[in-house]
Design a protein around this ligand. Structure first.
Ligand code: DGI
Ligand code: FE
Ligand code: FE
Length: 404
């Protein structure tokens, strides 16, 4: 008789699989001297399906990517192929039939372990596998050992793993991604890239983010000063919208959103632009300061589900401006100059001008920006030039003196 193979079975939704799962696998493989671990993504019971969950195919693919270079770990799609939710007893029966000379170790999360004797056909499960309790922060090792003793008294074989608790939550990771945050090293890089490429967990098909949700996201993404600036611009945009007769609600949202990507690294912004298929001109690629308007607009549209074109465009053109700006676009552009937190040299002139008219303020703001860029020997975006030409030519015509 050859020696018996020792195999772990790790089932879960893995939505998504993360570094906590991988650390658990590595620790248990060593602690229990396992030859192999089978990762078994489980089908989702229909009543548990929530918005924004990844499909079985995506979850399976992420598992495969995550363990691609972990020796001795394989992913099985058996449960996903069964149609409907599988019982652990059936899965173990299948695995036992597939490789008879194997001692199976069933990984069971701490909370589940406490009620495992209520699982369907518990006696079959206990006969087929050693039950391996995986500790978690909220359940004490003592409680697990007490439960293990009770189960053993009924003929089950149990191990309470000694591995350190790795508390990473898939739910929290999904929320972070939904909010446009990074995974902070909690996802294997290949899995993170897969999530981005496939736009998982973004759920932009749902209702657009509310101002309250946007504010919460801003607070997480922005440094305190930039967050305060965003609130101040929203307030100023509301004031100007009332004055000029633009949509006040849209002005507030646009003001909140406009700098949402301002504290995101240029590389991450390029990643966002790439993910959402935004093409960039040479001037745009060369000026990192311009990224945040483009990536912010893409983020607002695709991640936050902002469907209003005028709001998205206001964010998109808030830095460069452009010819043919809508009233809302002008409101945001100007509010960014005159918000309460601004204190550049001619801020008083600008504040006076926005109260005179949007046109006069646009002429001044664009001149100021262009002069500033020339002084700093920085390239001027063609949209800025076009905006400047438009507002100054209008002035020429109205003036009468310069018309030929
Ligand atoms: O994001 P904020 O600081 O609130 O303001 P903003 O979005 O207007 O960004 C201002 C920066 O962008 C400032 O450093 C100048 C730069 N900028 C504005 N227009 C252009 C520009 N940079 C280049 N290269 N070309 C432009 O046309
Ligand atoms: Fe900005
Ligand atoms: Fe700004």
């Amino acid at each position: 008789m050859g020696t018996t193979k020792r195999c772990g079975l790790f089932g879960g939704t893995f939505d998504p699989i993360h570094c906590g799962h991988l650390a658990l696998i590595a620790a248990l493989m060593q602690e229990l001297a396992l030859d192999e671990v089978v990762l078994m993504p489980t089908a989702q019971p229909p009543h548990k399906l929530k918005n924004g969950m990844a499909s079985a195919e995506h979850r399976l693919q992420m598992c495969r990517l995550a363990v691609a270079d972990m020796a001795g770990v394989r992913v099985s799609d058996w449960e996903l192929r069964q149609g409907g939710v599988s019982f652990t007893a059936d899965t173990l029966a299948y695995l036992t039939a597939e490789s008879p000379k194997t001692q199976w170790y069933l990984f069971v999360g701490a909370d589940m372990f406490l009620s495992i004797d209520t699982w369907f056909r518990f006696h079959d499960i206990a006969a087929a596998a050693v039950l391996c309790a995986v500790p978690r922060g909220n359940v004490s090792a003592a409680a697990l050992r007490e439960k293990a003793a009770a189960l053993e008294a009924r003929g089950a074989r149990c191990v309470v793993a000694e591995m350190p608790v790795v508390d990473v939550s898939s739910t929290e990771l999904r929320e972070r991604i939904q909010n446009g945050g990074g995974a902070d090293g909690l996802l294997p890089p290949a899995v993170e890239a897969y999530i981005m490429e496939n736009r998982l967990y973004l759920d932009a098909s749902g209702a657009p983010a509310t101002d309250e949700q946007i504010t919460a996201i801003l607070q997480r993404r922005l440094k305190p000063k930039r967050f305060a600036h965003s609130l101040a611009v929203a307030e100023e945009a509301v004031r100007l919208a009332k004055r000029y007769g633009a949509d006040v609600t849209k002005a507030r949202t646009a003001g909140l959103l406009h700098d949402i990507m301002k504290n995101t690294s240029p590389d991450d912004q390029l990643q966002v632009l790439d993910n959402f298929g935004v093409l960039m001109s040479e001037v745009e690629r060369g000026a990192e300061k311009l990224y945040h308007a483009m990536s912010g607009a893409a983020f607002a549209e695709h991640v936050l589900g902002i469907t209003d074109r005028d709001i998205v465009n206001a964010v998109r053109y808030h830095t460069t401006a452009r010819a043919g700006m809508s009233l809302l676009e002008q409101v945001l552009y100007l509010a960014d100059f005159t918000s309460a937190d601004r204190d550049y040299d001619d801020v008083d002139v600008m504040r006076r001008l926005v109260d005179v008219s949007a046109e006069e303020a646009m002429v001044y703001a664009l001149s100021y920006t262009i002069k500033d860029l020339v002084k700093k020997k920085k390239p001027i975006h063609p949209d800025t030039v076009a905006a400047f030409n438009e507002v100054t030519m209008k002035g020429d015509n109205e003036d009468g003196n310069h018309t030929r």
